[in-house]
Write a protein that binds this ligand. Sequence first.
Ligand code: PLP
Length: 434
Amino acid sequence: MDGRTPYSQLSEKELDDILCTEQAKLDKWSEKNLTLDLTRGKPNQAQLDLSSKMLSIISDRGDCFSESGLDCRNYGILDGLPETKRLFSELLGLPQESILVLGNSSLNVMYDTLVRCMLFGVYGGYEPWSRQGRIKFICPSPGYDRHFTICRTLGIEMIPVKLNSDGPDMDEVYNIACSDPSVKGIWCVPKFSNPEGITYSDEIVEQIAAMKPAAPDFRVFWDNAYAVHELYDEEVHLANIFDYAKENGTEDHIFYFASTSKITFPGSGLAIMAASEKNLEQILPIIATQTIGYDKINQMRHVKFFKDANGVREHMRRQAAILRPKFELVERVFRDKLEGYDIAHWSNPRGGYFISLYVEPGCAKRVYQLARSAGVTLTPAGSTYPYGRDPQDSNLRIAPTFPELEELKPATEILCTCIKLATAEKMLKEKRKH
Ligand SMILES: Cc1ncc(COP(=O)(O)O)c(C=O)c1O
């Protein structure tokens, strides 16, 4: 921005002045005893209200019969109602027969899937992963902290690889996956990734599908959590990984996940998994041991509410109208307060739930602490990396969806003050060392 000098070109005196000014601002904010939260990647009340009709859409026994005549109030059907599968099939471009409609959280489905691999192995008669010694997963980073927590909990070693603006660094992924049979999988959030908001290019999707990993029992955990979560009218294209997998004969490598948590009600939505026929053949009997089936009344509720994929898309346009101003506000405040100083950069996502913010290396933890002292809670620095270790201590995940605009503005302004303060502190320290 014109008239602004990068901090790296400032004198000790100028940095000292910034320190004093920004500290004074922060002290003023602190006196207000604010409690502002930028951690929660969850829908706000206005978004939830868009789905309120679902609460009464099933009100009678007559609403409970599936098109096959099945009474959804009773036992029966493990893999999902045909009409619910059809809805997801149309929405996500997946063959209906590849879809399982499961519980209320895709995180739960991913956890169960990994545990199943650990206990029973994958299709093909391979040893369970837990009997193969130390196993490893490739973790494009920054990424979704809960993927990393699952690996950590199950004792799976995580190998971070760089996430570029078009997907994971595939040279790194190939080097690791194709040389080491103890590498059993990769986490992918292919569209509006958490927290970067990037979408994999067709080339990257193809390369992932075409990969011939050293482990014959390798699996791609394709977490398409934000498949229909555009913030703007133009649809952001993501290639269908199963199309490329079919061309390469690798359909069995793919485990696909999605949910309606950020479409209808988190915790009261539907999670799905899609996989090849052979994978499903192995998985379904194990699920049958685990449960009598999932909530079919909720599956009916979703079908009656949306009717078809266009119903979901229309609903998501209404959600976007609520979310867009929040993302734009954060980006505007960042531009106004930070641009031109060369002390931070951030993503401008076209969808999803997060803005990824990068501060000067070595400053993210300090920014987190300063913000907390002024009443703004951020997701802890480091959480977006395996083991909570950001090698640069630079990335922060901002979740603008839940707070109202009136809270979001001061929270973002406070954050900018903290960034200036932490950067000035760091640069002064470096200057005084010399
Ligand atoms: C990438 C990603 N996957 C999965 C989830 C969780 O989804 P669910 O609510 O279906 O468990 C989230 C939620 O933040 C997410 O960001």
